[in-house]
Write a protein that binds this ligand. Sequence first.
Ligand code: ADP
Ligand code: MG
Length: 359
Amino acid sequence: MSTPYLTIDRVGKRYPQGGGVDEIDLSIPRGAMLVLLGPSGSGKTTLLRTIAGLVPADTGRILLGDRDITRVPVARRRVGMVFQTWALFPHMTAFDNVAFGLRMQKVPKAELTTRVEEALALVHLEDFAARLPRQLSGGQQQRVALARAIVTRPDLLLFDEPLSSLDHRIRLELRSQLRQIQHQLGLTGVYVTHDHSEALALGDDIAVMDQGRIVERGAPHAIFTRPTTRFTAEFLSTGTVLDVVSVHPRDGQAEVVTAAGLRFVLPRTGTDLEEITALSIPSRAIRVEPFDEAAPAGTAGLIEGEVSAVEYEQASLLCSIRLVDHPVILKSIQPLEREIGLGDRVRVWCNEDQVLPLR
Ligand code: ADP
Ligand code: MG
């Protein structure tokens, strides 16, 4: 692990009414983007605002480079911010909005002009410098806000759901531009979102939040393919989550019985057997075969079910299979070409190597 650049050390902030965050420990190296991912109310904005200095932390420390910024006022933290609503000055042109921070810093005129032009070019708005915010689309306004945040060359950039009020296509376009700019300039950032695909696309590192705490942290690929907590598996809907009633060691493996009566034999991973309270059955682990009268039930681990839903997801079909003998609906990802329809009788089989134990 490279040297931490931003370190959040046991930071806590409680509002008198009860909400807030507790004992947050996080760190990221320079040039990385940390995504705080969680449902509404999980404390993402509160944590971001303590990093910005907009809300004082009750406990803990925040270090940026070699500075302890815990008590440093917002204006002197050298952080740039982009929010959901762009909050541009309505009576100022795009150029003047971007120039604002540099004017406050008394940057000489020639340098100011160059830097503002560079920043506008970076977000592909060089031809829109003279427009007022109301003469720009939502996506363009958000790009002005981004240019305004980076033009002062802050040590850290903070984003609070900056794309959530834009429509889908613009959101995707801005998302990839943002990633490009972040890499190009080597910016260190913290990005708040409740959107899984945004987290996956933008994060070098993802911290999943629930009720004011970090429940899980890791690289995007690991978080999405191998969540270790029930909360993350359910929040990211990476598969079907089943409650576990008992776990027994058996021949170096683990026999796991679920509340719905399904039994799985899992390879024994590092997980402490006592800790397993649920299983995630990823939709890619479920094979679906047409029902065959001739084959007796239970053949080769096949379980009878009925297709209860078929949805399009990206370039695949996401099928829900209601099991006949268990109160369970399993999800299965199938190729788009597969002919499968609502009410089909099927048999499913699970690749147990892909089943994940959850805490
Ligand atoms: P998120 O950004 O993940 O939606 P927030 O950080 O905004 O979550 O909120 C976390 C919790 O703190 C929520 O329960 C919310 O109601 C509460 N909260 C947020 N801001 C304030 C505030 N200014 N005063 C009191 N409670 C707040
Ligand atoms: Mg928020």
